[in-house]
Design a protein around this ligand. Sequence first.
Ligand SMILES: [Zn+2]
Length: 417
Amino acid sequence: MKIPNPISRTLPISIFCVGLIISCSGVRTVDFETPVDTSDKQITFQERQVYFQEDLGLFVDNTFDGARLNGVEKLNDSTLKAIIRPENEPINSSPYYAFKIASNTPKKMYVSLEYPQGHAHRYAPKVKKPTKDWEILDSTKIFIMDSLVTLELSLDEQPTLIAAQELQTSEQVKDWYQDLSSGKGYVRPYIYGTSKMGRELPVMDIYRGGKTSKPIIVLLTRQHPPEVTGFFAFKAFLETVLDDSELSNTFLDTHRVLAFPILNPDGVDLGHWRHNAGGVDTNRDWSKYRQPEIHQAVEFIEEQLKKDGARLLLGLDFHSTHKDVFYTNTSQEGSTLPHFEKDWFSALEENIPHYKVNESSGNSTKPVSKGWFLKRHRAVGITYEIGDNTPRGRIRTIGRVSAQEMMKILRSNTNLN
Ligand SMILES: [Zn+2]
């Protein structure tokens, strides 16, 4: 099913605002060297259904949040083709898939994932049986030929969930942040807006005591739906900031954290490869804020800074890519914390066993959040990337230690002032 470009309700106002530096909502836009057109693009919705292959006795299901399956075809008596398509193109090559499959009788089957031409396989398949934990499918059961990836599966009547990464839907994210906040009066979950399709946009506003003039740290994640390993690091990071230790308590006496646990809930629940429901990469929208998710996040951040006379110190945006890497801004002159990266990275190497920081420094020419933190607020901006295949226990360690070392550096920085 195709949907037409949604007509923005604010269109007449937007036209009126063209040429002004400050948009009508009072949010200051930021210019980047290479502008990106982030106006709405058409997306194609997958049809949600249970496919039944009668002669094979197989059921294949995409009727759940986070699913991605665009069609099913029988190739032969032991092989089924699962058609996987992105929400729209052009798109970053991150073929994401997720579906359930069950068989009337226990048997071995092959499922071939078919991506569009030109999109290489990225995510090692994860498998989940009901009541069991996620497992990575053994590499001897994966056969890759160009854009066709064949998986050998042992099926039975219990639905087996096959996915590019462990599912972390908007509902699961909500359960997590509500659990984490409960009983902690200094954590204030707040819905700062709604996504294009009406899903909640949550933020956790965190500080102890008063908030006036407290420097602010912004944590972002899930702009890109399948980047679940970045979200795992975000979870470990935030759980450490909220662990009620002496370090956490003293840090939150002097700092305030705004943590955005899911910036693109539509994309997450629709099983998108990269974009939001406006068909746009939201991490290219940190200039003109044309997408509601980014516009409202920026508006919320700016409001807090203004209302409470605060400075934005640091912004960390959690993502995933092929390996662990920190993308930093090269020009940091005059920034809020000119030595932060250097101090933080050496502390990580000292405190994480056998760990070497992989830093890639560059100036953001495109409108990404890292560049926005620096250009708009002279704040340190870092894209915190975790590898797709980094072991999950290792991600927890990196997330935990990076939070501890950040708190130590910022706390001592406050003491010096
Ligand atoms: Zn990303």
